[in-house]
Design a protein around this ligand. Structure first.
Ligand code: DGL
Length: 259
């Protein structure tokens, strides 16, 4: 039985990459909502509607559990959808919070899309798990387009990172949660700006580590099927930057709502 994974676009392939490393024999069905990306500046209602359509599609395709790789969908939609879904639905927040707390004491920074940060989901989950913990949250909207353009380092990216992270540095954060699919690709620059004493929590790795997925049927290697809601062509060149090198079984265009 395959594992369903979805994101607003192809950034969630960072999570697929971590899941494939953790569960190499599992088949994965991935939906990237490339026709409607980004989610990070949309309302909760809209993100819930999109997420419902995608999870319905993945259920119909036989996913036995579904991971919302998109932090914005995790913050705005997973709680609501999990109440009505038959298949288990996992978001990125619980595992990200657990990893952040395990990473050390001291103030925790959280960076994400405007919608993720405005939802307060990470801030509330951290406060609940460790009352009194200082949490500094910062929306970093320019990071997604920088990653999409492949500007993973260099003067401009570093300057933007310094500007965004300045309030977090002032509060002496010790841990930074990368609460967005795209941010693992900026680890180099973020580490440079923050210094070695700040631990970076990659939510894709945290999610894979926390999932208790079974190995599924005995195969040498699980397959990856990618479904995109817009013409796949323009996205294919960037798949490898998120997914790493490795075979993509197939890429298919779909229309939502499905069926
Ligand atoms: N996938 C989104 C997230 O992790 C980032 C891109 C978007 O805004 O849709 O929050």
């Amino acid at each position: 039985m395959p594992l369903g994974v979805f994101d607003s676009g192809i950034g969630g392939l960072t999570v697929v990459r971590a899941l494939r490393a953790a569960f190499p024999r599992r088949d994965i069905l991935y939906v990237g909502d490339t026709a409607r990306v980004p989610y990070g500046n949309k309302s909760a209602e809209t993100v819930q509607t999109y997420s419902r359509e995608i999870t319905d599609f993945l259920e119909k395709k036989g996913a036995e559990r579904i991971v919302a790789a998109c932090n914005t969908a995790s913050a705005l939609a997973v709680g609501v959808l999990a109440r009505t879904k038959k298949v288990p639905l996992h978001g990125m927040i619980e595992s990200g919070v657990a990893s952040a707390l395990a990473a050390g004491d001291g103030p925790v920074g959280v960076i994400g899309t405007p919608a993720t940060i405005a939802s307060g989901a990470y801030q509330q989950a951290l406060a609940k798990a460790r009352p009194g913990l200082k949490v500094v949250a910062q929306a970093t909207p320019l990071f997604v387009p920088l990653v999409e353009e492949g500007w993973l380092e260099g003067e401009v990216t570093e300057k933007i990172a310094r500007t965004y992270l300045e309030p977090l540095i002032r509060e002496k954060i010790r841990v930074l949660v990368l609460a967005c699919t795209h941010y693992p690709l900026l680890k180099g620059v973020l580490g440079k700006v923050l210094g070695p004493h700040v631990r970076l929590v990659d939510s894709s790795e945290a999610c894979a580590a926390s999932l208790q997925a079974s190995e599924g049927e005995r195969k040498e290697k699980g397959e990856l099927k990618i479904f995109l809601t817009d013409e796949p062509g323009p996205f294919l060149g960037r798949v490898e930057s998120f997914l790493g090198k490795g075979s993509v079984g197939s890429v298919e265009r779909i229309h939502l709502p499905y069926g």
